[in-house]
Structures are given as structure tokens and as C-alpha cells.
Design a protein around this ligand. Structure first.
Ligand code: 5GP
Length: 108
């Protein structure tokens, strides 16, 4: 099991933001911004490239809910998904990083 599957299974604790039957959002253990939350599907899919459009649509809608809970929906935020080796992905389980809570530096 990868680390996110262990979090979903409750084997590794996390600071939850929002959860439903399919998705979980929790604070990143090594935050890169004042707010840094990860949104994942509970069922493991390796990465964005492997995900089908239904899953990505549902995960996107979940992210829209998460940012409302975080109260950053109006002030703005950034979502990032690292994919594969060149993308710098460390955990082989689809996830969106949700970054915000401060003015973020320009990235691209
Ligand atoms: P990636 O590089 O795969 O896009 O991002 C993986 C993220 O998972 C990293 O930002 C890392 O800090 C986070 N992470 C890794 N292990 C844990 C953990 O056990 N708990 C939490 N909350 N985050 C983790």
C-alpha cells in the first residue's frame, strides 16, 4: 500500500479537511504554503494520466467544496498535480495539491 492508501485505511493519521465516500482532503505533512491540502480519491489511481474523465470531474467538484471549507474560494488558490518522474511525483496515487492562504509566487 502507498502512503495515501494507508491514510485512507486509517493506518497513518492525517488532519482531515473534508471527506465523502469517494474522496478525502487532508493537510500536507510538509506544507509549501500557508494552506497546503491534498485532495485524493480513496480508490488508488496512479496519477492524472491514468484517471478517467468521470473521476477527474468528480475530484474537481470535490476540490471546489474543499476550498470553500478552507475559506479560500473567493481569495484564490492554486491546484497542482505532479505526474510521473519528470513531474516530480513522489506518491503514486492521484492527488491535487491545493495551495493558498497567502499571495503565491508566480510559477508559470
Ligand atoms: P507529490 O510529490 O507526490 O506530488 O506529493 C506528495 C505529497 O505528499 C508531498 O507534498 C508530501 O509532503 C505529502 N506527504 C507524504 N507523506 C505524507 C504523509 O504521511 N502525510 C501527509 N499528510 N502528507 C504526506
Amino acid at each position: 500500500m502507498n502512503v495515501f492508501e494507508k491514510i485512507v485505511a486509517g493506518e497513518i493519521p492525517c488532519r482531515k479537511v473534508l471527506e465523502n465516500d469517494k474522496f478525502l482532503a487532508f493537510y500536507d505533512i510538509a506544507p509549501k504554503a500557508r494552506v497546503h491540502v491534498l485532495a485524493i480519491p480513496k480508490k488508488c489511481v496512479k496519477d492524472f494520466q491514468e484517471a478517467d474523465s468521470k473521476l477527474l470531474g468528480e475530484l474537481s467538484a470535490f476540490v471546489q467544496e474543499v476550498v470553500k471549507v478552507l475559506e479560500i474560494d473567493k481569495i484564490g488558490y492554486r491546484i497542482v498535480s505532479n505526474i510521473g518522474a519528470d513531474g516530480g511525483q513522489e506518491v503514486p496515487h492521484l492527488h491535487f495539491h491545493i495551495l493558498g492562504g497567502e499571495k503565491l509566487g508566480s510559477f508559470c
